[in-house]
Design a protein around this ligand. Structure first.
Ligand SMILES: [Zn+2]
Length: 99
């Protein structure tokens, strides 16, 4: 088992695996797309539509494959309840900051 990087000077740990069970962490990136319809002569939206390409939103959640660790889409930890850490993002990495 690989050790997570740990800065002795701080209470911050690089998040690489589930803090509860050591399981694999999944990153759920929310995508947004639009179906664009024409407004027809009858005043209704056309049946056909053009699908705009999906673009990632600034919106993601982390969760453990075993579902014992989970954040909402603002990275607030919702499982477990009353955790002793919070998740912070720095660039494209995620860290646990212990209280
Ligand atoms: Zn886990």
């Amino acid at each position: 088992m690989r050790k997570v990087k740990h800065n002795e000077q701080s209470n911050i740990k690089l998040l690489t695996k589930c803090p509860v069970c050591g399981g694999r962490i999944k990153i759920d990136v929310l995508y947004q797309f639009s179906n664009v319809h024409n407004l027809t002569r009858s005043g209704k939206a056309s049946a056909r539509h053009k699908k705009e390409p999906a673009t990632p939103m600034d919106c993601l959640a982390l969760y453990c494959e075993n579902m014992d660790f989970q954040t909402d889409y603002e990275l607030a930890v919702i499982t477990p309840q009353n955790p002793e850490y919070r998740v912070i993002q720095n660039g494209d990495r995620y860290f646990l900051q212990y209280k």
